[in-house]
Design a protein around this ligand. Sequence first.
Ligand code: MOS
Length: 748
Amino acid sequence: MSDTLARPMRFGSNSGQPLTRRDGIAKVTGAATFAGDNSPEGLLHAVFVPATIARGHVTYLDVESAERHPGVTCVLTPQNRPPLQGDPSAKPTMFSFRIEVLQDDTVRYAGQPIALVVGETLEAATEGARLLSPRYEVEPVRTSLDDNEAFGFEPAGFGLPAGAEHGDVEAGHAASAKSVDVTYETAAQYHNAMETHAVVASWDGDRLTLDMPSQALMMSCAGYANFFGIPPENVTLSSPYLGGGFGSKAFVTGPQVLAILAARMAGRPVKLMLTRQQMFGPVGHRGATRQRLRLGIDENAELTVIDHEGLAETSTFDDFVEPAANASQGLYAARALRSTHRAVRLDIGTPGPMRAPGEASGSAALECAIDELAELAGIDPLECRLRNYAETEPGTGRPYSSKALRECYSQGAARFGWADRPLEPRQVRDENGLLTGWGMGTAFFPAPMFAAEATATLRPDGTALVETSAADMGQGAWTALAQIAADSLGLPMDKLEFRAGHSSLPDGGIAGGSGHTATAGGALHAAGTDVVQQLGQIAAADPASPLHGAGNGRFVARESRIYLEGDDTRSEAFADIMARTGSAEITGSGSASRPPEDAERHAMSSHGAVFAEVKVDPELGQMRVTRLVGAFAAGRIINPRLAESQLMGGMIWGISFALHEEAKFDHRSGRIVNADFAGYHVPVNADVQGLEVITVHEDDPFVNALGIKGVGEIGVTGTVGAIGNAIRHATGRRIRRFPIRVEDLLAG
Ligand code: MOS
């Protein structure tokens, strides 16, 4: 069997540089235009009315009063909503959600749009929405995991996670010398990107133009086209900047469809921008979970079994189930492994993928349960993990494409000073009497690759244009991807023009799954390489070129020159070749995806180790994460500054998950009582103290041609458990529910 080891790429001088964001100045000066900044001629404003009950029916809307308001153009309700071509209750693509677009008077969750008001101004539309004064027939609500029967599902599919089982689980339980049987809970979290969801929609006949943030432009175009019965190419989507996405801007959701519908009815462009409060419901969230972990170890503290049962919430009308238990499949070398999932239908908006879906919630529970085992075994938590280090993928036995997790453990531990950790909890107080504890967790996230296309055009003036549609979510893709493209063309960054974030460009795939740099980067690299080969062939055919006759060779480019690969004495400047041969622009194209056989042969993941220090006030229960050190191995790092920023952002989300973030339901009304930034806590600067990221060198010849894994999501994983474990170590209290609250520490 020959490995399809792609040609190892020689990198130019741009990759590996800690360049600042190319769009940084535009963003801080306000020059960058986000979707909601667009105000085309004749613009109308739309405001939707969110249901204030979670289950029942809308019995009355004062449409007359709203319509009488002088600034109101039209009011959309289930009574007058024109039909859509595509069925919103169906799933037009594999990656679709069923959406709420005023199908009927039924309310399925608090925050569901029950009407849309369009006005000449935002104020008029807002006032019109208020005048609707809805009345309801209210039914009893179910918003807690205990409020409904759990159900299993088969077969698995998008949103319905397959479980997995390897080895003899019952034998694993029977063989354990010590075991834990613990249940962890994680709270519901809602995507709260800085930029809330927004759309500006305009129709011209059967052509639709959208300004809208999208993590997956072509999928968005296809989704909206489906609802309006037009071909996807009739949809033009512009998404130059996203103010964060985190998974919620990857899918078609209801509010945008309503705004597009309103634009069609009104015959004028319509803008809809969700308020912060409206983000809590119709555009996805990370579902709450309850996870039972039954783990056993033998006398050597080697795992005999990991048995992970996930229970997660989903809506009454769709099926996304947080794949939390799958986090146990990839990490430790247990003799037997089982992950199962069940769901509970609740009167909530449908959950969806949110930064590190599955792994964030699953590893929070797993990393704490491992800590509990280490304590039972009387060994250091890091030692416990090393004894169970997976040299090959647990269960499948597949080799890893690369795995520098040992180095992550050792570099992170050294940096943190882990060796000085007392084994017993509640041993250390700082100079102010605060209980001080240290905990750790393993970080882990798959390294997927999707499909993308790109083009590159070299111009006679020595500049190049590269194009691919996938948008920069705010993470810096526009910079890192440009570095890859510039290197493939052998150009400095200032000679490169990079267009992205528009549906007219080649399909850049999905900015998600931590796979954007690998995927779009692969396509850009291929496109640049195509240009270089074409130019090399032109030179090889030209008797006046030093490359003449080298047409059977391969060419590489650096510093605006073409070289014959392996022979640095034969080269020529781009400009000279193009000038002499009279070449106009040279355009190349490229695509990237992972061949299925590559995906079969190796397990591919990023890994890391996170070490946390917390300080806890023994009287008040107040908690602070005073130090976090994360060491991550994620293949080739294209831009260390941006990669570290991504990893840091993930770790900060880990702090958020562990101590802050929670959508609080009033289970009587089914409403989220903290649906705004006053009540929905996320860490502020004061909550983030010492934070250090180490990127561990890792060469991966198998993951893809560029050796890139991903850094977007892994930082959340590992961190949550590390903090939970540090709180245990500080206080002697084991809290099995995230976020950990002051009252949890004060109780009992
Ligand atoms: Mo992400 S949850 O892959 O945008």
